[in-house]
Design a protein around this ligand. Structure first.
Ligand code: BGC
Length: 362
């Protein structure tokens, strides 16, 4: 269902008054959306949590705010704090407050699909942001090419290890996150091809929880009798967990570990030689793509896409914007700073200052 122009304009007025009052963890703005060409509705975005990666609050939220402010569109960004029930409640309240487009980073496909179904039944368009909701009904999917993310991780680990015999442990992301499946598949597609590598253990980390990852990696390491030469860790949080156990065993720095998100801690671990690589996925690019897609929908237009993504559960192709991720090592870390992905002063502090200098980072 499309809102008629007049109805949408009326909604915008209502939204301007109500969207600001959505709780302490919400952020909303108006950005001066008036005039003929101004977007004609409001956009709700629900981020998943604050624990699985620092990216959601430290990178995505500010990038989304900037993109929506630039476009002068009404928006409300909230965080479900790891609770699917909370995400559903937030979605309902955003729709009640006048959101006509809803973007979610699902916490699992079933709860995401239920939110999207309820939204669609009220004429609200939905977008999957970063994670595809399997069996969902999102109108669009905005993300990076997540199989390529996994391939970059696999290649990064292989580059650090060389083709000597190596026994690997895989610390995968949450089993409820379709991205984690794609990352792992991408990594395996590279690493399984190297005949000198063996798999010494593999486990998924529920909810990407770094604390649980410490326990899981400790067990995998012990089960392997410490015979571990390389670690596939699906993001920087899980990498940090693995590194803490390697450190406890006096092995950090000699066992390469992969990561993802180019977080402050991840970049510092790369500089220190404890982590072999990370994957940079520009929040500005992803947030900008989400803003473009959402604004098109708010205006009742079709959004621009560059491909389709198969939803294997829903047996459908979801129109998608898929961006290119970048592999990061010390050699090209400057790119992250130049792109505004991190600030030099946040990473190059304390003992990392000299390491940054050695790496030519400025
Ligand atoms: C995202 C990663 C993130 C992970 C944990 C994935 O879906 O693509 O960037 O590290 O979730 O939040």
């Amino acid at each position: 269902m499309k809102l008629k122009r007049g109805v949408a304009l009326a909604a915008v007025v209502g939204v301007a008054m109500t969207l600001g009052a959505c709780g302490s963890d919400s952020d909303s703005g108006s950005g001066g959306g008036s005039g003929e060409d101004a977007p004609q509705g409001a956009i709700g975005v629900i981020l998943p949590d604050t624990e699985s990666s620092v990216r959601w609050e430290s990178a995505d939220r500010p990038a989304l705010e900037a993109a929506f402010e630039d476009a002068g569109v009404e928006y409300d960004i909230q965080n479900a704090e790891g609770s699917a029930d909370r995400m559903a409640t937030i979605a309902d309240s955003m729709i009640a407050n006048g959101a006509t487009v809803l973007a979610i980073v699902n916490l699992d496909s079933d709860s995401g699909a239920a939110i999207q179904e309820r939204a669609a039944s009220q004429g609200v368009k939905t977008i999957d942001y970063d994670r595809l909701t399997l069996g969902g009904s999102a109108d669009y999917y905005v993300s990076f090419d997540n199989t390529v993310v996994g391939e970059l991780q696999g290649q990064g680990l292989a580059d650090c290890l060389g083709d000597e015999d190596a026994s690997l442990i895989y610390l995968n992301g949450s089993p409820t996150d379709n991205n984690a499946t794609l990352f792992s598949e991408g990594a395996h597609s590279v690493l399984d091809e190297v005949s000198t590598y063996t798999n010494a253990g593999e486990q998924a980390v529920p909810d990407w929880d770094p604390d649980e990852a410490v326990t899981i990696f400790d067990q995998l390491y012990t089960q392997a009798g410490g015979d571990v030469d390389g670690v596939y860790a699906a993001n920087d949080g899980l990498a940090g967990a693995a590194i803490s156990i390697l450190e406890r065993n006096g092995r950090n720095g000699e066992v390469p570990v992969t990561g993802q998100d180019a977080t402050v801690e991840g970049l510092q671990a790369i500089l220190a030689g404890d982590q072999c690589m990370s994957v940079y996925k520009s929040a500005n690019l992803e947030a900008g793509a989400l803003a473009d897609t959402a604004i098109a929908l708010v205006n009742g237009e079709e959004a621009e896409t560059n491909g389709e993504t198969e939803d294997v559960d829903g047996d459908r192709q979801v129109p998608s914007v898929l961006l290119e991720p970048q592999s990061i090592t010390t050699d090209n870390m400057q790119d992250v700073f130049d792109d505004g992905g991190q600030k030099v002063e946040d990473v190059c502090t304390g003992r990392y200052e000299a390491m940054c200098e050695d790496a030519g980072i400025s």
